[in-house]
Design a protein around this ligand. Structure first.
Ligand SMILES: [Zn+2]
Length: 250
């Protein structure tokens, strides 16, 4: 068995048998992992609050080749993030981020993805209620970028011509982003993306939320994200947490 000692964040946790829990983690050096926390329900002594959602710390995992489930041998929490549970908007956003990460992250070292998730949860934990949606949009797009699917924003996704920053452009999910006027005319389908929305998206891709968007802009950005994910990051299963977050059902 190989020992992996690394930083980790709990993105999902559920009870297993009578006394244990299974944690789904994003880690810095091992990507997305599932780990068995033996006895975590029987006694809080061994893992303490580490088995709580969105807790972050240093872990020791024993991985067996060919097995999907690691064994958690230690988890020293450095950050518990209880504030995420204090506001439903924050919690819904954090859950959507967790879902995106668990669904599409891989079980290989990815420090960029780990940092994106950690910073997303930190930002959401202190987000004012009216800023949580915008913070989640920024975090989701940054994770999309970390996963290698960033849409083109400043050059045409098709011919790579530079785009005027002030222009309203066609955004084609199929083509992978913004298009120049010529390619936009040839694209079978797309959405018009005004300069303001493209500016916001440019910031989101590096995790910068900027000022909280108004309701209409929020809905337009949520739709853009949903459609982009459906085109580029899908395994055929619905993203339930993301749906709940978009519909603001809390
Ligand atoms: Zn073009």
């Amino acid at each position: 068995m190989a020992l992996l000692a690394t930083d980790a964040i709990v993105l999902h946790a559920f009870d297993y048998l009578e006394s244990s829990r299974i944690l789904r983690l994003v880690t810095r050096d091992g990507g997305v992992r599932s780990a068995l926390a033996k006895g975590a329900r029987r006694s809080s002594r061994r893992f303490g609050s580490a088995v709580d959602l969105f807790a972050q710390g240093s872990v020791q995992l024993y991985a067996k080749p060919g097995r999907d489930l690691d064994t958690l041998s230690a988890f020293d929490v450095v950050l518990a993030r209880p504030m995420l549970a204090e506001d439903l908007g924050r919690f819904a956003g954090a859950s959507a981020i967790a879902e995106l990460t668990l669904r599409f992250g891989r079980d290989a070292a990815d420090a960029g993805l780990f940092d994106a998730v950690a910073e997303a949860l930190d930002a959401l934990a202190v987000a004012a209620p009216d800023a949580a949606l915008t913070a989640t949009l920024a975090s989701a797009w940054r994770i999309v970028a970390e996963l290698g699917f960033a849409p083109a924003v400043d050059v045409c996704a098709d011919c790579h011509a530079a785009l005027d920053a002030e222009a309203t452009v066609m955004f084609s999910h199929r083509a992978g982003g913004a298009l120049c006027a010529r390619c936009g005319r040839l694209a079978p389908a797309g959405r018009k993306l005004p300069a303001e929305a493209r500016n916001a998206l440019r910031g989101f891709l590096v995790g910068v939320a900027g000022e909280a968007l108004d309701d209409a802009s929020t809905r337009a950005h949520q739709r853009l994200l949903r459609e982009f994910l459906a085109e580029h990051l899908t395994d055929g299963r619905p993203l339930r947490a993301l749906e709940l977050w978009e519909e603001q059902r809390w």
